[in-house]
Design a protein around this ligand. Sequence first.
Ligand SMILES: C[S@@+](CC[C@H](N)C(=O)[O-])C[C@H]1O[C@@H](n2cnc3c(N)ncnc32)[C@H](O)[C@@H]1O
Length: 254
Amino acid sequence: MIEYEFDVPIPGEILPEDCWAKTAIKRLPLPAPLDFAAIFGRVAPLIVEVGCGNGRYTLQSALARPDFNHFASDLLPVVIRYATRRGNQRGLHNVRFAVRDAESIIGEYLGEGVASEIHLYHPQPYHDPRQAHRRLVTPRFLADVHRTLVPGGLFVIQTDNPDYWSYFTQVIPTYFDWHEQDEPWPDAPEGRSRREILARSRNLKIFRGFGTRRDDLDRGAAFAALQSLPAPSFRSRGPWCDLDVWEERQPPPR
Ligand SMILES: C[S@@+](CC[C@H](N)C(=O)[O-])C[C@H]1O[C@@H](n2cnc3c(N)ncnc32)[C@H](O)[C@@H]1O
């Protein structure tokens, strides 16, 4: 059976129950680097997604890349419940989902140089100035992403908020060889994530980018660079904010 969300198929199909997997990590241990070889029972390159929402991208990637391990997380238990159910029903033994904030996943649960790729789709822009301190993408976060990636590792990020995007373009090139991706990703022409599909249905522009880890920056230099970079203190107003407000009023994403 194929499931749809906004008329776009959710990747994969629901398999007979005897093929299901167990993709939930119900309790993360106290903050300390996770042992992914033990978690997956094999050594394989690791793809990480934070703020994964209902997990669309991770499901798609795990189906397309069975030889990679995938670890995805979000702050909200309800979205991880949907992601986990779908991962289980698709028999994705190469995926684990956990409930946790991205700051501690990247800053504490991932060891140095463990991830081949880190993905972040539509981080919450918190356009209300009283919430701006909750914005995820900060120099500190980027230095942690840099630390946890393997040499030459890939960081992928996108948003429909032009103000957040202009902040990304200001700070990300310090840590990554940065490229903008104007067209939809070829592997998901209708959108890699729920928010992308929703934003495109409202004719919002999607800003996509990716960067490979700057390996000429050692750990000391990466953390020293923090001091000279601005915080994400932009103000945001526009239809992209209206969509945030609309989303906040909806039942949790399925
Ligand atoms: C706009 S939604 C995008 C979800 C998904 N990535 C997508 O593109 O459809 C933002 C997501 O980030 C999560 N979130 C917000 N702050 C977070 C944080 N500090 N750590 C992890 N997830 C966070 C929210 O729970 C929500 O699922």
